[in-house]
Ligand binder design. Sequence first.
Ligand SMILES: N[C@@H](CCC(=O)N[C@@H](CS)C(=O)NCC(=O)O)C(=O)O
Length: 228
Amino acid sequence: MSEPMRLHYAPDNASLCVRLALEELDLPYETVLVERSTQAHKSPAFLSLNPNGLIPVLETQNGPMFETGAILIWLADTHKRLLPAVDAAERMHAIQWMLWLANTLHPTLRMLFYPDQYAQGDTGPTYRMARIRLAAQLDLLAAVQTAQWLDDDAPSAQGCYLAPMLRWAALYGGGLEWFDLARWPRLLAFAQRAETRAAAVRVAKAEGLGPLPFSAPIPCNPPQGSVL
Ligand SMILES: N[C@@H](CCC(=O)N[C@@H](CS)C(=O)NCC(=O)O)C(=O)O
């Protein structure tokens, strides 16, 4: 029998998206806690898995894989769930939104959370720009017809990516002061649906994310280790 996959994670980090997908797919996996307080994600051992020094990494039978969006697509494709089949008409929009989440929304959040990685010296303008961009991007997402997955009851790779990002927007990078998901009723409804799923309940328990992890998040209190 093959070895289970290993998810290198830190609580409430981008690994959360992958963990949600692994749970939705009901796959066996092990977790390896990456201790951010000691910069373990910049250690030679971790860099040998992901030269970018970023969480997550998923160790698979084919070797280690990084990039949240790519891991989600790969998991969905290899297990034929969470994304439409390659030859299905709906695939086009599903992939379009996956890449938008990975190329547009996620980098905006990173600019909010790590402005020092995007600007030297005064990070204020970068931070303020990221806040404006985030609100505009969520306005766009909430308004488009082609993001049908937002309104579906069925889980999707896009949903596994977006739900944690809505949580982080509310909690980190100053989100507690200004972010209110109620501004986007469609996204709030999405978050409420997402957090009732059994997979999400299991993940929330494992990482100490609280009872309403996506629609009304509270800082995480992970049973297994620290978050930084
Ligand atoms: N593009 C990467 C971004 C992952 C990412 O931003 N990971 C964060 C944790 S949520 C991280 O490792 N941050 C540490 C750093 O930026 O040095 C992906 O999608 O996997």
